[in-house]
Design a protein around this ligand. Structure first.
Ligand code: 13P
Length: 252
């Protein structure tokens, strides 16, 4: 059985002080979090304070991005070893905002995921189609190509995939559980082609307008192993609710 993973992607939100205050409110509210992995990806500038505030708890830190090179002339970039210094256990790579706004390619995503794995940090590799691609019936071919090309040289062990349909991100328009499950099943099948039996242990998160009122239905799907949450992860109350919904879904 796959252990569910709920991750908060704060994107470019929260100061270090706000991150600390969030942790201080969240921790007492998530006593029942032992059956899942809970992860928070703050901005780089909040990793230190958030890590200290979470210290000793089971909540783990993630980076929102990383540079694949070990060091050198890369102004404005952050390396894997810098993330290790702050205790990051996960790293999000290939988020659709990075692909769309910053032109990140599948090849770069693969290089970042490999660099993370070499340091023992688990990559969360994001894939997902745009509305235009969905309307053009290209969802599976787009997602399939993203997986094939973003996972070149990436090991299946400890890998996490996030399926985030771009049209559902920040729009309030969540994929129906059936639509999400269809794509997740396709992703798992493709992972089977790439990794054989290991595919059964790879966790696939759904992302895109996940909220406390739609999470239970999504989590009930057989190939949905957790969620990557933007907006609803910014308030400790709604994130704590999501933790207990995912925890209950595991027990169900
Ligand atoms: P929202 O939950 O705000 O739609 O964001 C999803 C996302 O992009 C998480 O990485």
């Amino acid at each position: 059985m796959r252990r569910p993973i709920l991750a908060a992607n704060w994107k470019m939100n929260k100061s270090a002080g706000e991150a600390q205050a969030f942790a201080e409110k969240l921790l007492p509210a998530i006593a029942d979090a032992s059956s899942l992995d809970v992860v928070i990806a703050p901005p780089f500038t909040a990793l230190d304070r958030l890590g200290r505030a979470l210290g000793g708890s089971a909540v783990e830190l993630a980076a929102q991005n990383v540079n694949a090179e070990p060091a050198g002339a890369h102004t404005g970039e952050i390396s894997v070893s810098m993330l290790l210094e702050f205790g990051c256990r996960y790293g999000i790579v290939g988020h659709s905002e990075r692909r769309a706004i910053y032109g990140e390619t599948n090849g770069q995503v693969a290089a970042k995921a490999k660099a993370l794995q070499a340091a023992g940090i688990r990559p969360i590799v994001c894939v997902g189609e745009t509305l235009e691609e969905r309307d053009g019936a290209e969802t599976l071919s787009v997602v399939g190509r993203q997986l094939d090309e973003s996972l070149v040289g990436v090991a299946g062990k400890e890998l996490v995939i996030a399926y985030e349909p771009v049209w559902a991100i920040g729009t309030g328009r969540v994929a129906t559980p059936d639509i999400a499950q269809q794509v997740h099943a396709f992703v798992r099948e493709r992972l089977g082609t790439l990794y054989g039996e290991v595919a059964d242990s790879i966790r696939i998160q759904y992302g895109g307008s996940v909220k406390p009122d739609n999470a239970a239905e999504l989590m009930a799907q057989s190939d949905i192993d957790g969620a990557l949450v933007g907006g609803a992860s910014l308030e400790s109350d709604s994130f704590a609710q999501l933790v207990s919904i995912v925890a209950r879904a595991v027990q169900a």
